[in-house]
Write a protein that binds this ligand. Structure first.
Ligand SMILES: C[S@@+](CC[C@H](N)C(=O)[O-])C[C@H]1O[C@@H](n2cnc3c(N)ncnc32)[C@H](O)[C@@H]1O
Ligand code: SF4
Length: 373
């Protein structure tokens, strides 16, 4: 067995209006405090949690957030070194840093490489200033090219950007310009997500008040088909519903999730999946640190997955991938239900694997619910 690690870094300088990730600004954690103050003993807590994890060899580590690139390389490097010393890493272990294009410098990037990172993912979201403004993002679009070029010059082997489509006020031409700009960068991988309006966010309030209107489903579908076509045309092939990469640059960490492998999430609110059990930590960084410094477990809740849950989850995850789902994993009823979707061109069968076409990917969730249930 192998074990992937997710390391949560729960800090951002400012909360973007659409985001409900488990992240905090220094001021939210402690009145008037700086990032250095609120995060100073955070890595100590993470290292204490690491003691409880299994000791299998590690094929991937992913530092996500929040904004991991706010922390210095020496801090994140402590976690990498501890995992390496304790578990050992596979020779080609993928170590990813999620980064904000504004928060990297040449010196910092070199530090991250020296600490062991070999993959970096920048939150680009859009190349259009008016779209970034609605998303309430702080970065200047020109910083993305600067950050990508700096990361490449520093020696990162694999560079990705995250994009968001379907922002209120974003036209298909806006989205085309964003994807064109992303593909002009020296990158190997793109993740493109449809904007989700999360309850309780500033964006949700703006929509509720009628200040902003979400795009209609047809436009969202056209945006998905456009990014798919443009990426495939530029040599970045789709390998999961929302992810495209040059050959050999698929995100191995995400693939581990999608294949229901074992992973351990370190940090507040982080989820773990070990064999048939899922568990997750207390959400707030202060509670998380208190538990660990008091030598208590930070786990908030856990559940044992039933065979049925495991099967449903495996189906849902496998169908999202280009490799698809083994036809044999469906029962007779599921295989019969599938015929209608083959007739409408949403699904193809290749080498006894069920694979979604681009049209099928637009309705992946419905297809899983209706056809495969
Ligand atoms: C933790 S953030 C990435 C790192 C960094 N904090 C940043 O934003 O640049 C992970 C990604 O999730 C996506 N994301 C966050 N909230 C979203 C939402 N409401 N709808 C769609 N995508 C979202 C964004 O694309 C973002 O880049
Ligand atoms: S999108 Fe990224 S930078 Fe913005 S609040 Fe969420 S985690 Fe922080």
């Amino acid at each position: 067995m192998v074990l992937s690690f997710y390391v949560h870094i729960p800090y951002c300088i400012k909360r973007c209006g659409y985001c409900d990730f488990n992240t905090y600004t220094p001021n939210e954690l402690q009145d008037g405090a700086s990032l250095e103050i609120v995060s100073n003993d955070y890595i100590d807590a993470v290292l204490l949690e690491l003691d409880a994890a299994p000791s299998d060899e590690v094929p991937t580590i992913f530092f996500g957030g929040g904004t991991p690139s706010l922390l210095p390389a020496k801090d994140l490097g402590r976690v990498i070194s501890a995992i390496k010393a304790r578990n050992g890493m596979t020779a080609d272990c993928e170590i990813t840093l999620e980064a904000n294009p504004d928060s990297v410098t040449e010196e910092k990037l070199q530090g991250y490489l020296a600490a062991g990172f070999n993959r970096i993912s920048f939150g680009m979201q859009s190349a259009q200033p008016h779209v970034l403004a609605v998303l309430d993002r702080t970065h200047n679009p020109a910083n993305v090219k600067r950050a990508v070029d700096m990361a490449r010059a520093a020696g990162f082997e694999s560079i990705s950007v995250d994009l968001i489509y379907g922002t209120p006020g974003e036209s298909l031409d806006d989205w085309r310009a964003t994807v064109t700009e992303a593909l002009s960068l020296d990158i190997d991988h793109i993740s493109a997500y449809a904007l989700i309006v999360e309850t309780g966010t500033k964006l949700a309030a703006q929509i509720k008040r009628g200040d902003l209107t979400m795009p209609i489903d047809d436009l969202m579908a056209d945006m998905y088909l456009l990014v798919d076509q443009m990426c495939n045309g530029a040599g970045l092939n789709w390998y999961e519903l929302s992810n495209w990469s040059k050959p050999g640059h698929e995100c191995q960490h995400n693939i581990a999730y999608w294949k229901s492998a074992n992973w351990w999430g370190l940090g507040p609110g982080a989820h773990s999946h070990i064999d048939k059990k899922r568990f997750w930590n207390v959400k707030h960084p202060t509670a998380y640190k208190q538990k660990l410094f008091a030598k208590e477990s930070p786990v908030a809740e856990s559940e044992n997955l039933t065979e049925e849950q495991l099967r449903d989850e495996a189906i849902m995850l496998a169908i999202r991938m280009r490799t698809g789902l083994a036809l044999s994993s469906l029962n007779k009823q599921g295989q019969d239900n599938l015929q209608a979707y083959i007739a409408t061109g949403h699904v193809v069968i290749s080498d006894a694997q069920i694979q979604l076409t681009a049209q099928g990917r637009l309705i992946a969730d419905r297809l899983v619910r209706e056809a495969l249930g």
